[in-house]
Write a protein that binds this ligand. Sequence first.
Ligand SMILES: Nc1ncnc2c1ncn2[C@@H]1O[C@H](COP(=O)(O)OP(=O)(O)O)[C@@H](O)[C@H]1O
Ligand SMILES: [Mg+2]
Length: 264
Amino acid sequence: MVADIATETVLKTQKLSVFYGTNLAVKEVSLDIPKNKVVAFIGPSGCGKSTVLRCFNRMNDLIPSARIDGKITFKGSDIYADKVDPIDLRCRIGMVFQKPNPFPKSIYENIAFGARINGFKGDMDELVEISLKKAVIWDETKDKLMQSGLALSGGQQQRLCIARTIAVKPEVILMDEPCAALDPISTLKIEELIHELKQQYTIVIVTHNMQQASRVSDFTAFYNVEATDKEEKVGYLAEYNETKVIFQNPAQETTRDYVSGRFG
Ligand SMILES: Nc1ncnc2c1ncn2[C@@H]1O[C@H](COP(=O)(O)OP(=O)(O)O)[C@@H](O)[C@H]1O
Ligand SMILES: [Mg+2]
């Protein structure tokens, strides 16, 4: 599904279906992710939002039963082609998870570790500072860089994880319910950060919070589930458009019901 997108497409799925074993989880998703925009994935639990998100940097490769059909391109190249190194792809397309997961290392090492593994040869102190600044966590951490990342609050840990992702210079940042475990104030800080980050990065965010989707995103993809003959539920992309259209004037009644909280 192609929303009316004027800018360059960074990620594109064409009839992407994902199976876990013989179970079809999500069916024939076709959508374009535009450069330097925020795209929100919304929809009921189990409709395949995380599944599709994980395909964008081949995190599903780590689930042995997962298999895809269809095609995903990143700046025009097939990300499932034989020559693609998934580790390299995950540097260019980073991911932030629901539960903040800093390494059990110092704040400094949380940034430096991944950069070093990826062969960073420049000024590490500078990289740490720049990354923490971009994730708006520098002021809170600059005097305790050698303390454990685990000693930070949940919201700070999540910003540290975003800093760690930024440090390897990605072009896309995938976020799977990044605020689900956070309090409202930490959530607003992450939302402000997302707003800053989109100047430089393309962001895809899964959220179950409708207000969040409407606040942070430029485009919204509404996924839904349909029951098949075998009574299995299969996710699909129901509607994709500019966020204001999805929230104010969606094409489908089910989209309207979902975004206004009258679902199910
Ligand atoms: N690792 C997995 N193994 C098997 N089935 C999975 C796995 N992850 C997700 N699924 C199934 O795929 C479907 C979509 O799940 P998911 O992508 O997590 O949905 P959402 O993020 O929208 O809640 C669900 O039916 C779920 O049970
Ligand atoms: Mg999910």
